[in-house]
Ligand binder design. Structure first.
Ligand code: ATR
Length: 277
């Protein structure tokens, strides 16, 4: 075991908008753990050296955010199956004798957030529509595949990125032209927005969910605002919804458990704290 107080943090470039320090800070206080979780700005050029330094300083682990989530895989001693499948990692744990293990907990966060809110969600009962083909989309597709989704319709403004993900994840992922987004809704039991549409200052995501399965779960990864226009209209049409903040909160659980030895809960108090209320 390492000497000294338990230390962890988050590295990114830039880092000042990260909510992770608020998240882990809340849990440290709640569980009365004398340890620290800090934001650290690390430029892409310094990633390897920064990790070596964090190990020497006694850090137990670190969350990794943009732009390091892919590059970190090349430096890791071991990589979890999930991180390898997604092609990116967000959670690093240092090994006793140097080096580190890289994992991706975004897929876990997405799944746990839905299951906490809607325990009867069964993604294998019908197709999913995933809107957007960026980094978050990869983790969400991995979860949907793991949950047995028979067909994942993937629509992205830039078609090439959807094609690349279909090639990566295999035939259950079916690209849909951006102009034909609406056609991807029919019969879906899971609909997820992974684009920036609906974020404050952006256009809303315009889609009619009318012919989705009436029991469908509709999710957004945007959480500013917490209730996006997309979620608002889905709720008004009677669909069950899941907001984007929960995914962020749940993805922090495995790292906190590994570094600080306690399995933290995600509840309304945490949500309010991270939102800064
Ligand atoms: P993240 O890691 O959050 O997924 P990202 O990798 O930058 O971020 O991906 C952003 C996603 O939002 C992409 O699917 C992007 O579409 P493009 O691949 O065409 O860029 C999508 N996106 C962002 N702004 C958008 C807009 N105004 N209209 C449609 N899609 C948009």
């Amino acid at each position: 075991m390492k000497e000294g107080l338990p230390l962890a943090g988050v590295i990114g470039w830039p880092i000042k908008h990260s909510r992770s320090p608020r998240l882990h800070g809340y849990w440290l206080e709640r569980y009365e753990i004398t340890g620290f979780y800090i934001p650290i700005a690390v430029s892409p050029d310094n990633l390897g050296q920064a990790l070596d330094a964090l190990f020497l300083l006694g850090f137990r682990g670190i969350n990794v955010t943009l732009p390091h989530k892919e590059a970190i895989l090349q430096l890791a001693t071991t990589v979890s199956d999930t991180a390898r499948a997604i092609g990116a990692a967000n959670t690093v744990t240092f090994l006793e004798n140097g080096g580190f293990h890289a994992d991706n907990t975004d897929a876990y966060g997405f799944r746990e957030n839905i299951k906490q809110n809607h325990p009867d969600w069964n993604a294998s009962e019908g197709p999913a529509l995933v809107i957007g083909a960026g980094g978050a989309s990869r983790a969400i597709i991995q979860t949907l595949l793991d949950e047995g989704t028979p067909e994942i319709r993937l629509s992205n403004r830039t078609r090439q990125r959807a094609d690349a993900l279909a090639a990566h994840f295999g035939p259950r992922v079916v690209p849909v032209n951006w102009e034909d987004l609406q056609s991807g809704v029919a019969g879906t039991v899971t609909v997820v927005n992974t684009t920036a549409l609906g974020m404050s200052g952006q256009e809303p995501l315009q889609i009619d969910l009318g012919n989705a399965d009436p029991e469908a779960i509709v999710c957004d990864i945007v959480y500013v605002p917490l209730e996006t226009p997309f979620l608002k209209s889905a709720a008004a049409q009677g669909f069950r919804t899941v907001d984007g903040l929960g995914m962020l909160l749940h993805q922090g659980v495995p790292g906190f458990r590994q570094w600080f030895g306690e399995t933290p809960v995600v509840d309304a108090n945490l949500k309010a704290h991270v939102l800064g209320e």
